[in-house]
Write a protein that binds this ligand. Sequence first.
Ligand code: B12
Ligand code: SF4
Ligand code: SF4
Length: 333
Amino acid sequence: MATQGHAPLSPGARAQLVKHRALTLGFARAGIADLAPVPHQPALLRWLEQGMAGTMRYMHRQAGRRIEPATILPGATRAVVVTRNYYSEDSPPTPGTGRVARYARGRDYHVALEPSLAELARYITSLGPKGTLAKPYCDAGPVPERELAQRAGLGWIGKNTMLIDPERGSYCFLAVILTDLDLAVDLPFEADRCGTCRLCLDACPTHAFPDARVLDSRSCISYLTIEHRGEVDPALATAFGDWIFGCDICQEVCPWNVKFAEVADDPVLKPDPGLARLDLVELSRISDAEFRAKYGKTALSRPGASGMRRNARLALRFTAETAQIAEQDSRPE
Ligand code: B12
Ligand code: SF4
Ligand code: SF4
């Protein structure tokens, strides 16, 4: 297993090396999990059956592999799970602009994290015999990332369904490298540190949580502004406020973020201050070509130009209606 002329490394020693390498590559935490079936299979199946995935058909297609992660990459036995902090401060509200969720204020993270994940995968391969498997996934495969992160000891799954790191909160991306290298696994994070708190559930403006740890995507601003195509129910859209791409409300109210979130100082994910708030009128009229040139390398390319024009129009309608109500309220009786 080890390089020629050296004593073979134990699974524990290899795991330490891999985790250390992950930190030097800019990841905040790293942990190792096995690939046993996920214990919350009934929760996932119920969620799908009740239509809570909305039009995300891939969630149905991937269900079998999500439930049995050992089937994702044949031969793989371990998941090296890493987190990457992306927290940035919010800029003050500016009239006529719409807000973009924090995770999307820099380069598209799927692309931005690719080199460091590829490097970590190469390192894992180098610790094993020729042909050792190591394949990175970041939000782009049937990998139950939050379940594996909890199993790898990185945090617990909060009532808002986010993986919460007890030392940094939930503003972090998750990524996984599946491998057949024999690595010692970490202890799962068993505690539920939400306790009696339910701030996230009560703060959601569209009431997207029918229950703790159950999110109905069909009512979630993040889903409706990013994944959903076509028109949005106006009754829901009035609750969007100024969010035009994603939503951070159920994270902003979480005491673990209020207390522990630290601004990320990460050259790879450097937020562009111009992306935090976008001019609504300009965005509602942007051409496809202009949109590609301006936002083609960001996560905003997921809904694309037509999706973002729709989101800007919805927000403009909301601001116009709010202004009208304010004007009516200020009129003398
Ligand atoms: C589909 C999806 C969405 C959908 C649905 C979200 C959802 N909650 O399911 C939509 C579009 C709404 C969405 C929104 C967002 N997303 Co998203 N999304 C995903 C994706 C692709 C799959 C998630 C999934 O499996 N959903 C299915 C449901 C049923 O699973 P679940 O809610 O996670 O529930 C599981 C467990 O919680 C468990 N469970 C149930 N009960 C219990 C009880 C206990 C005690 C435990 C331990 C577990 C448990 O059972 C379930 C089945 O496995 C993942 C990437 C991936 N490959 O995993 C990213 C991912 C979850 N998203 C992410 C992000 C950043 C976001 C947003 C913050 C973006 C934004 N700012 O707008 C929001 C957050 C909204 C929210 N509160 O979840 C990150 C989350 C990082 C983190 N720290 O958790 C991920 C991991 C992507 C990544 N690689 O970083 N997302
Ligand atoms: S992301 Fe926003 S809309 Fe979606 S569940 Fe959280 S608070 Fe509600
Ligand atoms: S706001 Fe409260 S209930 Fe929600 S995830 Fe955070 S600690 Fe848990």
